[in-house]
Unconditional design. Structure first.
Length: 350
């Protein structure tokens, strides 16, 4: 006597069965479940039968990404980034490539160089190459071309903040928390005239919101000035430093939060060249904790952002090995304190 297939696994919350549920029922790993659907030649016939039987029992049909990867696309995945000159995107690419290689996949990297037009052209190129899926870190909001690509059968995972209601997976670090940590650290060092320098990306808006929250919660009077820039590069940071130095010394901030480490490093260089002592006169905090942060002339305090882990996780979601909900809380930011924000007297620079 056989039992009737269960269309939905009862979890108490009415949610559909997941890859993890199938793996648990079949007694295999999530990767094996993914392979059974997307690369059956990588698992034994017996294991595949177990996985398919478990999926049938649970009523599991796979997420959109897993289903799309079964229909004969290439072994290539696309990776769309807005600027390869930013080490953060290089780290995302490294994490994505390592994870893809572990599953017999290949990554095609496309650099839009902050150009929406080039971004659209690369999305069209990905479709012409029949990539199995796309990891996207776009210039701004999700391009309509990428949404169209998804509707036509090629899934994508957004590495970033998803605007408004959406049906696609999106993963990101907690940018608001990171901005809060940065500003709270400066306030704890006794800094009261803070300046936030950053671009116009949704991530940066959240970092600014976190900084504002820290200032609002401060027990001591403090202010937060905002300077917006078009792009977040070291050269732009140096230009902002020169602009600040046009002010009288009494009008300078005593603590700066930068939207990313490249901006912070440019600011640091421009300030030191002009004779501003960091951290004696002014403390500075960057964001992302890129490798260069630790090798600056004054090592840079930064908010560590797990970029490589984000890239790897995005690939696992595309392959159906991981669910978006499994990533929550994994990418929390961390404050890494170095010499640019040490209190006076705590190190050799003071």
């Amino acid at each position: 006597m056989t039992s009737e297939p269960v269309p939905r696994r009862s979890k108490g919350d009415g949610s559909a069965p997941t890859v993890g549920d199938v793996a648990a029922r079949a007694g295999v790993s999530r990767a094996t479940v993914s392979y059974a659907f997307t690369q059956p030649n990588r698992v034994s016939p017996e294991l595949r039968r177990r996985v398919l039987a478990a999926a049938d029992e649970l009523g599991y049909v796979g997420n959109d990404a897993a289903r799309r990867l079964r229909v004969g696309h290439s072994l290539a995945l696309g990776l769309l980034v807005s600027s390869t000159s930013n080490p953060v995107y290089a780290e995302i690419a490294a994490g994505a490539e390592e994870e893809a290689a572990a599953h017999g996949r290949f990554i095609l990297v496309a650099n839009s160089d902050e150009s929406p037009e080039r971004e659209r052209a690369y999305i069209n190129f990905f479709e012409s190459q029949q990539v199995s899926g796309v990891v996207a870190a776009p210039v701004g909001d999700v391009p309509t071309e990428l949404l169209g690509l998804s509707r036509r059968g090629t899934p994508f995972v957004l590495v970033g903040i998803a605007p408004g209601p959406h049906s696609y997976p999106a993963i990101s670090g907690d940018n608001e928390r990171g901005g809060y940590l940065a500003a709270s650290h400066l306030l704890a060092q006794g800094r009261r005239r803070l300046l936030f320098v950053g671009g116009t990306h949704p991530h940066i808006d959240l970092r600014l919101a976190g900084a504002r929250r820290a200032v609002a919660e401060s027990m001591a009077p403090a202010s937060l000035e905002v300077v917006r820039v078009q792009v977040q590069t070291a050269k732009v940071g140096e230009t902002v430093a020169r602009t600040l130095l046009d002010r009288p010394r009494s009008g300078l901030p005593d603590g700066i939060l930068a939207g990313n480490d490249l901006l912070a490093l440019g600011l640091l260089h421009g300030l030191i060249v002009a004779g501003v002592r960091v951290p004696e006169d002014l403390s500075l905090v960057g964001y992302d904790d890129i490798e260069f942060a630790d090798f600056a002339i004054v090592p840079l305090t930064s908010i560590r952002h797990p970029s490589a882990a984000l890239g790897a996780s995005a690939v696992r979601i595309l392959l159906g090995i991981e669910d978006e909900e499994d990533t929550r809380g994994r990418f929390d930011p961390q404050l890494v304190v170095r010499a640019t924000s040490l209190p006076v007297g705590d190190d050799g620079h003071a």
